[in-house]
Design a protein around this ligand. Structure first.
Ligand SMILES: Cc1cc2nc3c(=O)[nH]c(=O)nc-3n(C[C@H](O)[C@H](O)[C@H](O)COP(=O)(O)OP(=O)(O)OC[C@H]3O[C@@H](n4cnc5c(N)ncnc54)[C@H](O)[C@@H]3O)c2cc1C
Length: 416
């Protein structure tokens, strides 16, 4: 494994940092955070212009042909640029993690009409697994689809979905899981099929947006599906295999969330250090106090460990796709089993956002009253990154279950 960041990636990272400095400096970020969603479209078009949204899609399908190692390094930079996590959350991590996975299982029509425009920042692609009945139990949902000639008729409801308002405004659609057969006892993941559902398909109705604690620039809402007709062409991969494709999508999105959380932590550190060096209490700089210095060192150590972790997961995923095929699954992963990669990704998803949350909280305390204001990005970061800790792309306990399953075996999974 080579830890060197290539010149190509360095250049992309620099252009991302420069873009954020010019287009989303802290005062603009604060303005967007206060105004709330929808995210201004030019933000996404600007990011797309840098080739960083779905850059990991192979060039022949309209992406940049990056690998996960490179895409994750860019994700870190996006987290650094936008510590509110709003840009990283839905527009980079969701569109890239799920868009890449979608592209592997989608028809040419979906690629042409939705994925390519989304790569250009013109449309939105999201994921809709969560239902009013719960989100952690990915196979425990109610939405269903029935075959009708060459079409499928979908009914159900999805909730707590990122980007629904933006998707409605700009066009696009969602990866949606539905049941296409009864859930066998003890094997609810069977008979689960994934579809792509355009947001403007007749019968899709957006539900009211939630008032979230953070990530204010992105909407979180839901939608109902009432007799929504989609062609068989909009089915992703094989009927009944949706659970496996969905796990792959989660893994890809979680790598990017882990990497962008490292970027958020780095930004918090970089914003806090000048203040604690400068500010004196009782005649000495804050930074001279062990109480603060040791906390900073601890966060820095954990951040470097998290960075190594996202690099390792991305490297493992690259080997997997080299073996399976990047465009579609042709071969089998040999070097690392996808479940083993998932264990590493779960450790990253558990660790990196929780660290960014902790760093933002400690920075507020180091700076005192100043840190609690919006003169600094800490409270926006704290509110934004909390979304990943609470549940976006899987709650913390779910990551622990994935790790436990790999350590102890399937028979020790708590919900079985
Ligand atoms: C800001 C935001 C954006 C989101 N965007 C999307 C999106 O775009 N698409 C989408 O599909 N979903 C989205 N979600 C939903 C997210 O996927 C869910 O929040 C997540 O899956 C958890 O589901 P839940 O919120 O229903 O919590 P529940 O499943 O009800 O769980 C509640 C709590 O219990 C814990 N828990 C659950 N089961 C167990 C267990 N067996 N053992 C121990 N603890 C357990 C969970 O970790 C959680 O802390 C988003 C969530 C947030 C906060």
């Amino acid at each position: 494994m080579d830890f060197n960041i290539s010149d190509e990636v360095k250049l992309m990272q620099e252009s991302v940092r420069d873009w954020f400095k010019r287009n989303l400096p802290l005062d603009k970020m604060r303005e967007i955070d206060q105004k709330g969603h929808p995210m201004p479209k030019e933000v996404i078009e600007g990011l797309a212009g840098l080739g960083v949204i779905m850059g990991v899609i192979p060039e022949e399908r309209g992406g940049q042909g990056l690998n996960w190692f490179k895409q994750a390094a860019i994700a870190e930079e996006i987290g650094y640029g936008d510590p509110t996590a709003a840009c990283a959350a839905a527009f980079m991590a969701v569109m890239t993690g799920w868009g890449f996975t979608l592209d592997r299982y989608a028809s040419e029509g979906i690629r042409r009409d939705f994925i390519r425009p989304a790569i250009a920042g013109k449309k939105f692609i999201g994921i809709a697994t969560t239902e009013p009945g719960g989100g952690s139990d990915v196979a425990g949902f109610k939405s269903k689809a029935e075959k009708s000639g060459k079409n499928w008729i979908l009914n159900g409801e999805k909730t707590f979905i990122s980007g629904v308002e933006e998707c409605k405004l700009w066009g696009g659609g969602y990866w949606v899981n539905v049941r296409t057969g009864p859930a066998p006892a003890g094997a609810a993941h069977k008979n689960m099929t994934s579809f792509f559902v355009p947001i403007d398909a007749p019968g899709v109705e957006m539900t009211e947006c939630y008032r979230d604690a953070g990530r204010m620039a992105i909407s979180t809402a839901g939608f109902t599906m009432t007799n929504v007709k989609v062609p068989d062409d909009y089915r992703l991969g094989e009927e009944g295999k949706g659970f496996y494709y969905t796990m792959e999508g989660f893994d890809n999105a979680r790598i990017l969330i882990g990497a962008s959380s490292v970027g958020i932590t780095q930004r918090v550190i970089d914003e806090a250090i000048p203040y604690i060096k400068e500010r004196k209490t009782f005649g000495i700089p804050l930074a001279k106090n062990e109480g603060i210095q040791f906390e900073l060192s601890d966060i820095y150590k954990e951040m470097e460990a998290s960075r190594l972790m996202y690099q390792k997961t991305a490297w493992m995923q690259d080997i997997r796709y080299d073996e399976e095929g990047w465009l579609e699954r042709k071969g089998k992963a040999k070097t690392f089993q996808p479940t083993d990669i998932a264990k590493w990704i779960a450790m990253l998803k558990w660790k990196a956002p929780a660290l960014a949350l902790h760093a933002a909280e400690r920075a507020m305390l180091w700076l005192g009253a100043a840190g609690y204001t919006d003169e600094y990005p800490f409270q926006m970061a704290w509110r934004g990154v909390m979304s990943y800790v609470v549940g976006a792309e899987g709650g913390q306990n779910i990551q622990k279950i994935v790790i436990g399953r790999e350590l102890l075996g399937n028979e020790f999974v708590p919900y079985k």
